[in-house]
Design a protein around this ligand. Sequence first.
Ligand code: DGL
Length: 280
Amino acid sequence: MLPVGADEEMFVTANAQHAIGVFDSGIGGLTVVRALMERLPFENIIYFGDTARVPYGVKSVQTIQTFSAQIADYLMERQVKLLVIACNTMAAVASEVIKARVDVPVLDVIDAGARAAIELSDRQAIGVIGTPTTINSNAYARSIQALRAGVRVYSQACPLFVPLVEEGWLDHEVTRLTAREYLKPVFVENIDTLVLGCTHYPLLKPLLQEVAGPSVRLVDSALTVAEQAAQVLQERQLANPQRRAPQYRYVVTDIPLRFQTLGSRFLGRDMPDVEMARFS
Ligand code: DGL
């Protein structure tokens, strides 16, 4: 019979080789996959993008919770060792539902973004931008204030940014004007930090930095959640000990037009073949 320690070690090693499950309402969450690939180059990743039902940012809380639970179950059946909710909208209204459902650690972009914003902000005056559902949920403001009471948070929904990014207008006058218009009321509050609370916004970083000016620091939740993932894997001894090229799987519920172009824009590299999943 194996000594207890040996048994545990085998268990840990087996789990450590499982993939990280990352999911989003569509392909925007590939910005998080990109950050994870850079931060954790030996981790296997399964990405799930609900491309048939995107956008989530304008859907009801009930619907988003039902869809999110289906996706979490799908990934758990594939034995992931960590779940990352890459979609801000899902994180805003469904993260508790998901955490109650699974027995692996769950990270989400809102908690990561809130922590990073507090660390970066000197004046404790933080702006948050996101989809209407994320902003209406007040999830960022609640997370930030739970971590540090008294921080001032100014939130602004920017519904036109998702279609503008998907159109590829990352450095376009229309996007610049839209950003100025949306951000006007936030800048009036003298913020020094702006949280990019949507999967699509990291692609607008250069333009938003230009509009915000050098005194405002941008928080990219994709980068901060990748850092948290590295920490959690380390602490729980779940980091993959293998030093060979990892496996990446991409699962979607529909393959829309321009999928490859869009996917590679978010991923920062060529979009490989994808698998299709359907929920009955
Ligand atoms: N993934 C969503 C988010 O981060 C944006 C796209 C959508 O509305 O579904 O909020």
